[in-house]
Design a protein. Structure first.
Lengths: 285, 443
């Protein structure tokens, strides 16, 4: 009896890797201070020793928007649902930018952090989570830019109608973050052993943008190809976002539901794989 | 006292070479074995981890069947040569890597310091890095805030606290990093060789801190180091790892004496090439063929109680004609390597022919020297101490270790008595000379 009592006092047992479902989500919560510190580190360190600082966040979407407006709007003459091309492209770019940043940043979690991971234990999930949160900062700044343009165009009498669906924005952000995180940690888990995927991700994300209504409205698509674009979970997010802020396009609750389910599934798979890999990756990375 | 860490049958296998080639095929083989309920086929082919020897298999056991326990509040040392498995063990203990088989049970919060300044960001200031590093090591913001002043104070870099750490000298960097770690309050603190950097004063401070953490606050400290002196003054219990296996465990003093035997595995034979080792001088006219340290009953050992009788048995062989043979045995200081005592023994005055073999035993009947480590010096020369006729074994054997035994009294180290170079009673108790037993070639 005495023996069993002392046996039960052990607070931690380090065992060979087994099972797929022992997560450390409680641990992640315990390490929330670390999460905050990582976000702070990302934010402070990126613009140390730069003159313009966070203003660089503005430059990227502005230049991309100008390029898209010239190439797709003026040369290729792709319709923009009657919305000023600048607003149309910028709204797409801001959304897509956040998603693709989340995906690419989290997809190299294990490789870029191998140094820290090899020395100290903390729930590894903290690292990609901090990535998507610090990227939120960039997204927020770009949103301010977008809203600035929106107000400017509205004052000049353009036909843009922000509406009540704007309230959905936090949910859309959550979906984008979840999607980027889910895909990202799956890729990062797989790349510890097989590096091939890193090559795929860098151009795959670029290609995927063309399967998302960033540079064209959903309405401009031929019926034949529509299903491909609709199967892309980012489609409904970009579409809803644009509908909420610009009043153009469509709002389809069914599509959004599809995306939500997709996010839950991909995130679950991601966390399962990630948790499995975080215990063995030191031997393979 | 209760155990706070219990390591049971712990093994860890690594594969050598390029990880990444053929892995899909292996993964499938493994999966198939698992699916059909068989043992993982790759676990069977593992070899003992001997770094210098080329093995047949790509799989090695970095750790194999390691068992030990660490008691509450103990300062526990881990030593071993490079590649002995120390770091692997620490990685598993700190949950950075997983074991292949076996398990470790832990009681209480563990903080590990496998490296100082993990996660330090060069662009951030010292202040920011204290918070960042503290959180990585598992401290909460409030905890860091309350200890902040004490951390800065301990580090001694207050003046630079608002400067990015990339501007720090490497010493300052380590000081700051260790200061953060020293203020962790885990039940179990695991420290790897982190004191290698930093000046002597700071090293002393770190050892002192680790000592305090255990002594005053009752925490358990596990310390890995190559610095045997540090292990000796800090740890009560020590284990030696050798090629992934537990070589010895127990009280630090005993274990350390075994470590020397393990570490000085130098073969001293007549065949050893003349200029092979720097420490062997002379022209090869005479060579030691073996050296043994024994107790009065003839058992080989290197560790002795204070006041115990010590016997040195040497065998030698001549390769050219020599005018007499003299044996010299000296004890040196473990720290300064200065000669403490030097004794000459005349083996023969007469001319000895080439190919003579001999054996001699020297007895130090009452070696009244302070407990400690004494590297040994053996020398053979002719009667005139001509340098060309020398053979010298200088600190190539394990050092003599004197432990504090029952006979030890404080009065034995009376400061009024002479210290430093002294002579001890000793005599030649065996002297055998067999001429022309072995044919000598090429001379």
């Amino acid at each position: 009896m005495k023996k069993t009592q002392s046996e039960s006092e052990w607070t931690l047992e380090i065992k060979p890797v087994s099972g797929w479902f022992n997560f450390h989500l409680k641990d992640v919560w315990k390490y929330r201070d670390l999460l905050f510190m990582f976000v702070k580190r990302d934010f402070v360190s990126v613009y140390k020793q730069t003159i313009l600082g966070p203003f660089w966040f503005f430059l990227q979407p502005i230049l991309t928007t100008i390029t898209f407006t010239i190439v797709f709007g003026n040369i290729a003459k792709i319709p923009t649902d009657g919305i000023p091309p600048i607003l149309f492209y910028m709204s797409g770019i801001v959304c897509w930018g956040y998603f693709s940043d989340c995906l690419t940043r989290t997809s190299s979690t294990f490789i870029t952090n191998a140094n820290i991971f090899g020395k100290v234990y903390f729930p590894r999930l903290v690292s990609p989570l901090s990535n998507i949160i610090s990227l939120l900062m960039k997204f927020g700044i770009q949103m301010i830019l977008l809203i600035g343009f929106l107000i400017y165009f509205k004052m000049n009498g353009s036909d843009v109608n922000p509406n009540i669906y704007i309230l959905l924005t936090p949910y859309l952000i959550l979906l984008m973050a979840g999607l980027g995180l889910g895909f990202g940690i799956i890729v990062s888990s797989l790349t510890t052993k097989y590096r091939d995927l890193t090559f795929l991700v860098s151009f795959g994300v670029q290609l995927l943008m063309y399967a998302t209504p960033v540079i064209y409205p959903l309405s401009a698509l031929p019926e034949k190809y529509k299903w491909i674009v609709l199967a892309n979970p980012m489609t409904s997010i970009v579409d809803t976002f644009r509908f909420a802020f610009l009043g153009a396009g469509t709002f389809n609750a069914g599509n959004l539901l599809y995306t939500s389910v997709f996010v839950v599934i991909i995130l679950s798979i991601g966390i399962i794989v990630f948790n499995r890999v975080e215990k063995t990756f030191m031997d393979t990375v | 006292m209760n155990s706070v860490i219990k390591v049971e049958n712990l093994s860890k296998m690594y594969r050598l070479g390029l990880v990444g080639t053929r892995t899909i095929a292996e993964d499938l083989t493994r999966l198939w074995a698992k699916f059909t309920g068989k043992e993982d086929p790759y676990l069977k082919v593992g070899e003992t981890n001997v770094r210098a020897v080329k093995g047949r298999s790509d799989f090695v056991w970095a750790l194999k069947n390691v068992n030990f326990e660490v008691k509450d509040g103990e300062r526990f040392g881990i030593i071993g040569k490079n590649g002995a498995g120390k770091s692997t063990l620490l990685k598993i203990l700190s949950r950075v890597a997983s074991p292949t088989t076996g398990h470790i049970k832990v009681k209480g919060r563990v903080a590990s310091l496998l490296e100082v300044g993990t996660g330090f960001h060069p662009e951030l200031t010292g202040r920011d890095n204290i918070f960042l590093n503290g959180s990585i090591l598992g401290m909460s913001q409030d905890e860091i805030k309350s200890k902040f002043d004490s951390i800065v104070d301990f580090s001694g870099v207050e003046r630079y606290i608002d400067t990015p750490v990339k501007r720090y000298s490497s010493g300052m960097y380590v000081r700051l990093a260790f200061a953060v770690a020293a203020h962790l309050e885990p039940e179990i603190l695991i420290v790897d060789e982190v004191l290698a950097v930093g000046d002597a004063e700071f090293q002393k401070k770190c050892l002192g801190k680790m000592h305090d953490v255990s002594e005053k606050e009752g925490r358990t400290v596990i310390f890995v180091s190559h610095n045997l002196h540090a292990i000796k003054i800090l740890c009560q219990k020590t284990v030696i790892l050798n090629n992934g296996e537990l070589f010895a465990s127990g009280d630090t003093e005993e274990v350390l004496s075994m470590y020397h035997e393990l570490n000085r595995d130098v073969k001293i034979g007549a065949d050893t090439e003349v200029n092979n080792l720097n420490n062997r001088r002379g022209k090869g006219i005479i060579r030691f063929t073996s050296i043994d340290v024994m107790d009065y009953s003839g058992n080989s050992r290197y560790a002795f109680e204070y006041g115990e009788q010590v016997r040195f048995k040497v065998s030698y062989k001549t390769f050219k004609e020599m005018k007499g043979i003299t044996l010299t045995i000296a004890l040196m200081s473990g720290l300064s390597r200065e000669c403490l005592t030097l004794s000459h023994f005349e083996i023969t005055k007469h001319t000895v022919e080439a190919g003579t073999c001999g054996e001699a035993i020297v007895e130090f009947s009452d070696l009244n020297i302070k407990p400690g480590e004494y590297p040994l010096y053996f020398e053979l020369t002719d009667s005139l101490y001509n340098s060309h006729s020398k053979d010298v074994i200088d600190d190539l054997t394990a050092p003599l270790i004197i432990k504090g035994g029952d006979k030890l009294k404080d009065s034995d180290f009376d400061p009024a008595k002479p210290s430093g170079f002294f002579s001890t009673p000793s005599k030649l108790i065996l002297n055998e000379l067999n001429e022309n037993i072995i044919e000598v070639k090429n001379l």
